[in-house]
Design a binder for this molecule. Sequence first.
Ligand code: URA
Ligand code: SF4
Length: 251
Amino acid sequence: MTDAERRVALDTIAAEVNVCTRCRLHAGRTRAVPGEGNPDTEVVFVGEGPGFNEDRQGRPFVGRAGDLLVKLLGSIGWRREDVFITNIVKCRPPDNRDPEPDEIAACLPYLQRQLTVLDPALVVTLGRHSMGRFMPGAPISRTHGTVRPADPATGASDALVYALYHPAAALRSTEVERQSFEDVAGIPRALVDARTKRAEQMIAVAEAEPTEPAEPAAAATSPATPIAAPPVSAAAFTPPDAPPDDQLTLF
Ligand code: URA
Ligand code: SF4
């Protein structure tokens, strides 16, 4: 899929979300919050659901939790426009209560379609509810800062998942905030691992296909440089006007 095709597909999903009445949360919303970001990104962040400010603006993570998320991203030299940011439920639960299981189930097809379109290498979950979708049954106290393969049923067909605490939890506890900065520092490594896994997967698929007798050498040499193989948008992480940054050398 080209960048333009992905953009159109994401806009189509957003247009459906904006008028969705599949669950009771539609009744209390000011605006739905489909998500936003770089359609060509390798990394998707998934939060829980819109809060007060997000509901007003129709954009994810624009309140205090969003400010902290931007700071966390900044600590590894990333900007929010470089990634895609969305939520498990797209409409604000009343009084910011937790989303109910039936609301999560009703809304999941939108996230699944977004992930199918974006085909990220890495999904970063923000908080328990998001983690519960991608790492079912795992307690966040033990899984934050760790990576595992995404279940393809989530829509992310070949991705790793990395769990973070929710930024709102970090706003309530300096220890969680400290831990969050430590966990975010592990994201570039997780992305490199995710790229390697995808490259190996591509090579395995290529090797399973019948090859022309004259060309086996090309297929055999590519495993040596997996990180160079398929990055969808390495340029997204190295804006031309950005100052040199040690973190970015990873990309
Ligand atoms: N918290 C979330 O989980 N998502 C948002 O979009 C904002 C705050
Ligand atoms: Fe539709 Fe999701 Fe909003 Fe429920 S939360 S009304 S399923 S968009």
